[in-house]
Design a protein around this ligand. Structure first.
Ligand code: MLT
Ligand code: ZN
Length: 473
């Protein structure tokens, strides 16, 4: 049946690259969660917007579910295809389309890697400021799907601040040009912003217009060792008041131990429970002195136990590796990832409650904390013991996530700060969004995709009566 179904697609789009080899189904059917067994119908690799339209029209007629696919570095299962879906990989659509100097807009195809878009921006003396460790593998389309944040949100905000326009292929195969690079556009609903963070449920983003900005002043990086969790937010308050911060990231001793075991250099002789990587403007003597003074005062006040300010670009890169290398260093433990956020003001209380909760509920697991504490965003990774079955591990983590979600609800936080809801966080969406909000989101989704073919089962269940291919398999 699959073969004849695909013959129909081939007949419709003879030039379309299609992959069906077992290794390809496996490769394109999973993301970094590695929780589901990949089982897509096939992989379509369109080369043009017209091909994407053709695929979507065919899928809509045949009621074949589609999973839009970028670099699959996602951590919530948003790009997983484990249910007979057609993966639509944008990897062949990875070109820069143009640069508009007046508007400082870089137009790209959605399959371009974030790092390639950043490099293209630099060629024009500007930057695309969204940045995070997976920059080399993730795609711009994927960053739009999740409204990706990363390490410089504290200065630049999330992806949604930088998307000047989008080209969307809808579930019916129409092409929408959303916002078209306008700075000001008060002409009704901003569908561009609705699509950003929609995790491929409202259509396939095929092109994007990225706003670029001036390169920041010369910066420097410091690593601080902290004696306690309480010190974290205090140190943040002091550094934010005294320096121009572009990043304020934290990690625990356990996170550091994993990165060091993975090849990074241990920064201090002594061990400390918490560490901060802070990046700050250092283009003048005055700013460099301010950093030294703040550091000295924090040391004297006992808020900081040790520290180092990078003396070279290589040393700054080595300090950043301690933070950016965490995900890779714990990957072999198939971590259960929490990506939660609260307002900065709620952070001290939330941290204390969460620390107590996890100490009580997870005594048996290695729990690695890190994240973008300056944005109120914590990553809590629970590492799977080698001897434990993945299903048992996920069940146990899910039980504790429900408690964490309750704590988030009490603090007005979010169950997903930047990774998206996907499949992983879907059961907890109601901790962050009211029933009325979820009902509206479901209705919006139905308007965009009445047949329920766009990334079904991700983000929220639609309750659509339209059959989805593979659902009963
Ligand atoms: C990070 O901040 O390093 C990313 O969100 C990836 C992760 O959480 O593992
Ligand atoms: Zn992150």
């Amino acid at each position: 049946m699959n073969a004849s179904l695909l013959d129909g697609l081939r007949g419709r789009l003879p030039e379309l690259a299609l992959k069906t080899a077992a290794a390809d189904l496996e490769y394109y059917g999973r993301d970094w969660t590695r929780r589901w067994t990949p089982a897509p119908l096939a992989i379509a690799l369109p080369s043009s917007v017209e091909e994407v339209q053709g695929i979507v029209r065919w899928a809509s007629e045949q009621r074949v579910a589609i999973v839009p696919s970028g670099g699959r570095t996602g951590l919530s299962g948003g790009a997983v295809a484990a249910n007979g879906e057609l993966v639509v990989s944008l990897e062949k659509m990875n070109r820069v389309l143009g640069f508009d100097a007046d508007d400082r807009i870089l137009a790209v195809q959605a399959g371009i890697a974030l790092e390639a878009a950043q490099a293209a921006a630099r060629e024009h003396g500007l930057i695309y400021p969204v940045d995070f460790a997976a920059r080399g593998s993730c795609s711009i389309g994927g960053t739009i799907a999740t409204n990706a944040g990363g390490i410089r949100v504290i200065r630049y905000g999330n992806t949604r601040n930088w998307i000047a326009g989008l080209t969307l292929v809808t579930a019916s195969g129409e092409v929408l040009e959303l916002n078209r690079g306008l700075v000001k556009n008060s002409s009704g609903y901003d569908l561009r912003q609705l699509v950003i963070g929609a995790e491929g449920t409202l259509g396939i983003v095929v092109q994007a217009q990225l706003w670029l900005t001036d390169a920041p002043p010369e910066s420097n990086t410091m690593l601080l060792a902290l004696p306690s969790f309480e010190a974290l937010m205090r140190v943040f308050g002091v550094l934010r008041a005294r320096l121009q911060l572009s990043a304020f990231e934290f990690l625990t001793d356990k996170a550091l131990a994993h990165v060091v075991a993975h090849g990074a250099q241990k920064p201090f002789d002594e061990d400390h429970p918490f560490y901060v990587v802070a990046e700050f403007d250092a283009d003048t003597e005055e700013k460099r002195d301010a950093a030294l003074t703040a550091f000295g005062e924090l040391l004297e006040a006992g808020q900081v136990a040790d520290g180092v300010i990078a003396q070279s670009d290589a040393q700054a890169a080595a300090l950043w590796r301690l933070r950016e290398g965490i995900t890779e260093s714990v990957a072999r433990y198939v971590p259960y990832k929490n990506d939660v956020s609260v307002r900065i003001g709620a952070m001290p209380d939330f941290l204390a409650q969460t620390q107590a909760l996890l100490a009580q509920e997870y005594p048996q697991f290695d729990v690695v904390w890190f994240g973008h504490i300056g944005d109120g965003n914590l990553h809590i990774n629970v590492l799977k013991p080698d001897a434990m079955e993945n299903a048992d591990f996920v069940r146990e983590c899910g039980r504790v996530t429900a408690l964490l979600a309750e704590a988030l609800q009490r603090h007005g936080g979010s169950i997903s700060a930047e990774h998206g809801i996907g499949l992983v966080k879907k059961p907890y969406l109601s901790s962050t969004r009211s029933a009325a909000e979820v009902a509206l989101m479901r209705s919006i989704r139905h308007v965009f995709d009445p047949a329920g073919i766009m990334n079904p089962h991700k983000l929220l269940d639609t309750g659509s009566t339209h059959p989805v291919y593979g659902e009963t398999a």
